[in-house]
Design a protein around this ligand. Structure first.
Ligand code: AMP
Length: 131
């Protein structure tokens, strides 16, 4: 069965997409740790990130770098952190999280919630800076 991320890739369910190319997509995490928390996902469905080929994982990180640069232009923060969890959705991905303190990337803390309008505007602003 297709993962929820494959359904997003296939536009079967909506997402706040911030960047996309032939092989990768990035969209806002729906339960963010911080404003601008973004997931970067290879379009080829693979459960565990470290089962990606060397080429795929390299390209994923390079794509994530470009997305992180875009997020940083829009969301005030000291740095963009990158984390791999993968316990909830069995489709390889990395989390990009704007950081001011170490606790900003603590996955055990309560998630934030924003309005749909906020997510739409934020995704558009990040997307507009993506190159
Ligand atoms: P994990 O697999 O543990 O890395 O966690 C999966 C992440 O995907 C969580 O942070 C969820 O909030 C996020 N997530 C799950 N479904 C969606 C969705 N439909 N759109 C955006 N983010 C999602």
């Amino acid at each position: 069965m297709a993962t929820i991320f494959t359904k997003i890739i296939n536009r079967e369910i909506p997402a706040y997409v911030v960047a996309e190319d032939k092989n990768f997509i990035a969209f806002l995490d729906i339960n963010p740790l911080a404003e601008g928390h973004t997931l970067v996902v290879p379009k080829r469905e693979e459960d565990y990130i470290f089962d990606l080929s060397d080429h795929e994982i390299s390209e994923l990180i390079v794509f994530a770098k470009r997305v992180a640069q875009s997020i940083r232009k829009v969301v005030p923060c000291k740095r963009i952190g990158l984390s791999v969890i993968g316990l909830e959705v069995p489709h390889a991905h990395v989390h990009l999280v704007p950081l001011n303190t170490t606790n900003d990337i603590n996955f055990a803390k309560p998630k934030l919630s924003f309005t749909k309008e906020h997510y739409v505007a934020l995704a558009q602003r990040i997307s507009a800076t993506f190159k």
